[in-house]
Design a protein around this ligand. Structure first.
Ligand code: AMP
Length: 746
């Protein structure tokens, strides 16, 4: 497992926020955390090779969310708070989930759980009295990978991994080799269509035996049971999966053709009847007010039972038991409101730091990495940890040779928690950040107030060129098959690639290249390991990528904070890349009107505008975009970006901007807002000329006056609900009443 650049983690955010930090510094911290989260998501979900442990990941995420909560105005519209997992990998057929497979929010303390209960009580009007008891179903949180099993007429037809939550990998052939997964359901009381969700995992003993066998056969060792399970399920050859001791616990439902039960306990009872193994022991606890006592008791029992369970759990899952409440609570971006995970504290061990090395990321960010004397933490051998940045190293005073406390919570690379100063070697010296980039030798730079150090080498730094080009052709971006990291490295090394436009020139210049030494290079088909077929397949894939969608192209550019969701927002507004760039040119020139027009897009805030402006103002970026989009005297442009195509919609409020005011009688403001957003509306806080509807309950004040002035349609609660009822059939089931009978809970 290689620690990759870009894996920077808890940077300045691990220290308390300073009151005086400027928006620029805050934005930089947010972007750093978002980048690190995206990187680790991909390593964990798509590649099964996580580089930091769960606790470090959770800490990163917590820092990110805390910073966002403190500065909602800086929130990106597609930051990691909205993402689940990672896109499916190639090699498996893709499977679109009928009901998204989401993630879970995390709690780390009883007070976090109390906050979750409070939010639940506030969301559902009838629970606001604080007295009505809430039944919470508590289950062990098994540490494997989630899998959706679709049964038709009781027979297993499809098994799929979670993937990015919307689309997973079709692993049916592999799932059929797992004994715990019934091919045919028991009895006959199941609905015609039934999607069962649960966790594929490996028991501790089986994991140890598998690693011993891998050692004996000179195979790859797995870092932990979760990785072993994921690596075993996602084998292209199902025969390999068959030889791996995988198990499956069922705990939720996805799509079903008929309602099944009224509670989570009811679902569990049905699953058991139909032949599934469940994650025991589960318990339903009655919570009065905000008393977390019964939940704490279950948590403590599970924490003590953990070591003897025989399989890894990393916490417990709390689910509101009533499915009608689940349906109304619904989801917030990546996780349900009606469930949360209460994680266990991480495991710790001591080890020594042998070396600290620096890695270079796509944007030139330098991440120091501690190379450790290998140590077993909770049964897993760990040998590296990210040290994040210079501030973090200085704050902890980490030095080569130090004995350190490392921690993990069931995964691979630990976090360095602290140094044991008492055992520090006598001649130890503070670690100094190197003055030069370890790859290109450029003098490193660190802006005042920013935690990260950067290599300014840009496209002259081979590490950055590699990372940028890999991003440009990666799956969420231009998705050029056959141009993986190895080939990019090869082409860079031979002097064929430097900037994105060079990719498109590969075919036309094939056979006419000069290598770095000035000598002519043979055509690609004659290179070692290549042939006519592989060369022409690559050129065809590159040719296909010349007309990318607006969204893919924007993602490919690697602008900070601009992922698919932001690209869609910009696409809806500008329609073409040319129009967007023309606006950005005005923004760079300081045109206030152009800046205001960007800010007027719902979901684009100051920080995003600053990132777009900085991107456009950078001469490297300008040159590389010009090279892609401008036609030469004797050739068309390398890339022709398609105009944005808005998705078709069946909801009457899709794309509309709605404002709520006054008191609503039928639901809380939070519930009404979530419902509108689920149906594709944007909910704004104030009335403007762009508002389509003002939903006004009793007590509406200035907003109603403003709406009248602007001629905005004003609806009372009943008319609003009548409008929603016009939603096309099917839409309401899956998007408004997204209960567990219709939706899964993972
Ligand atoms: P996370 O991986 O942190 O996003 O946590 C969400 C994941 O927890 C789900 O996708 C499931 O794979 C997993 N999980 C494990 N046990 C349970 C359970 N009892 N109920 C729901 N999800 C579970």
């Amino acid at each position: 497992m290689a620690f990759r650049p870009g894996a920077c983690a808890r940077d300045a955010c691990s220290r308390p926020e300073r009151m005086s930090e400027s928006p620029k510094v805050l934005r930089a911290r947010l972007a750093a955390l978002a980048g690190a989260l995206a990187y680790h998501d991909h390593q964990y979900h798509a590649l099964d090779t996580p580089e930091i442990d769960d606790a470090a990941y959770d800490a990163l995420r917590r820092d990110y969310l805390a910073l966002l909560a403190a500065h909602p105005e800086l929130a990106p519209t597609d930051g990691p708070q909205l993402r689940v997992g990672s896109a499916p990998v190639e090699g498996f057929r893709k499977h679109a989930h009928a009901v998204p497979m989401l993630s879970l929010d995390n709690c780390f303390s009883a007070s976090d759980v109390r906050d979750w209960l409070e939010t639940t009580r506030n969301f559902l009007l009838e629970l606001r009295d604080g007295q009505t008891p809430i039944a919470v179903c508590c289950e062990p949180k098994v540490d494997g990978l989630s899998c959706a099993l679709r049964y038709e007429q009781g027979r297993l037809v499809i098994a799929a991994t979670r993937g990015n939550g919307v689309e997973g990998e079709d692993v049916t052939a592999n799932a059929r080799t797992i004994a715990d997964i019934p091919q045919q359901l028991t009895g006959n009381a199941w609905p015609d269509v039934l999607e069962v969700r649960g966790e594929v995992f490996m028991a501790d003993q089986d994991f140890l035996a598998l690693n011993a066998q891998q050692d004996a056969q000179g195979g790859k060792r797995f870092a932990n049971p979760r990785n072993a399970a994921a690596g075993s399920l996602r084998q292209l050859d199902a025969e390999i999966t068959r030889q791996r001791p995988l198990r499956f616990f069922a705990y939720a439902l996805g799509e079903t053709s008929a309602p099944i039960a009224q509670t989570q306990q009811g679902i569990r009872a049905c699953l058991q009847q139909w032949g599934f193994v469940l994650n025991h022991p589960a318990e339903v606890c009655e919570v009065t007010g905000l008393d977390v006592g019964p939940l704490q008791a279950y948590h403590d029992r599970m924490a003590s039972a953990r070591a003897g369970l025989g399989f890894s759990i990393d916490g417990m899952v709390l689910k509101i038991d009533r499915l009608d409440w689940q349906a109304r609570l619904g989801f917030v971006s990546r996780s349900p409101r009606w469930a949360t995970a209460w994680k266990f504290p991480p495991e710790q061990a001591f080890t020594r730091i042998e070396e600290i090395r620096c890695q270079v990321g796509r944007t030139g960010r330098i991440t120091p990495v501690a190379h450790l004397q290998p140590v077993a933490v909770g049964g897993v051998l760990v040998s590296r940890a990210t040290l994040h940045n210079a501030d973090e190293i200085q704050r902890k005073d980490v030095r080569v040779g130090d004995e350190v406390v490392v921690q993990r919570a069931g995964d691979v690379i630990p976090q360095v928690v602290e140094v044991r100063l008492a055992s520090r070697p006598t001649h130890s010296v503070p670690w100094q950040f190197p003055p030069n980039c370890p790859v290109c030798g450029s003098a490193l730079r660190r802006e005042p107030g920013v935690a990260d150090t950067y290599c300014p080498g840009g496209l002259s730094c081979p590490a950055q060129v590699q990372e940028r080009l890999s991003h440009f052709v990666g799956r969420p971006a231009l998705d050029i098959e056959g141009l993986g990291e190895r080939n990019i490295a090869l082409f860079i090394e031979r002097g064929l690639l430097q900037a994105p436009a060079d990719i498109f020139a590969l075919a036309s210049r094939d056979g006419r290249w000069a290598g770095r030494d000035g000598q002519p290079l043979p055509p690609l088909a004659d290179w070692e390991g290549w042939g006519e077929q592989s060369a022409s397949k690559l050129f065809e894939a590159i040719e296909r990528a010349r007309t990318p969608t607006f969204e893919r192209f924007l993602v490919a550019l690697g602008i900070r904070q601009v992922g698919e969701a932001t690209a869609r927002l910009l696409g809806r507004h500008f329609l073409t890349v040319e129009a967007l760039l023309a606006c950005l040119d005005l923004v760079v020139a300081g045109d206030a009107e152009a800046t205001a027009s960007l800010l007027a897009i719902d979901g684009i805030g100051d920080s995003m505008v600053a990132d777009l402006r900085d991107f456009r103002a950078d001469p490297h970026n300008r040159a590389s975009l010009d090279a892609l989009l401008d036609s030469g005297p004797d050739r068309p442009a390398w890339v022709r970006v398609q105009p944005f195509m808005p998705p078709a919609s069946v909801s009457p409020i899709a794309g509309k901007t709605v404002v709520f005011t006054g008191t609503l009688a039928r639901m809380s403001r939070g519930e009404a807002k979530a419902q509108a957003e689920n149906l594709g509306a944007k909910v704004a806080g104030s009335v403007s000329a762009r508002t389509d509807y003002l939903v006004a309950g009793p007590g509406a004040g200035s907003k109603a006056t403003r709406a009248a002035e602007l001629g905005v349609v004003v609806l009372d609660e009943a008319s609003w609900l009548a409008l929603l009822a016009q939603t096309a059939p099917g839409q309401t089931d899956t998007q408004v009443a997204d209960g567990a009978t219709d939706r899964g809970d993972d």
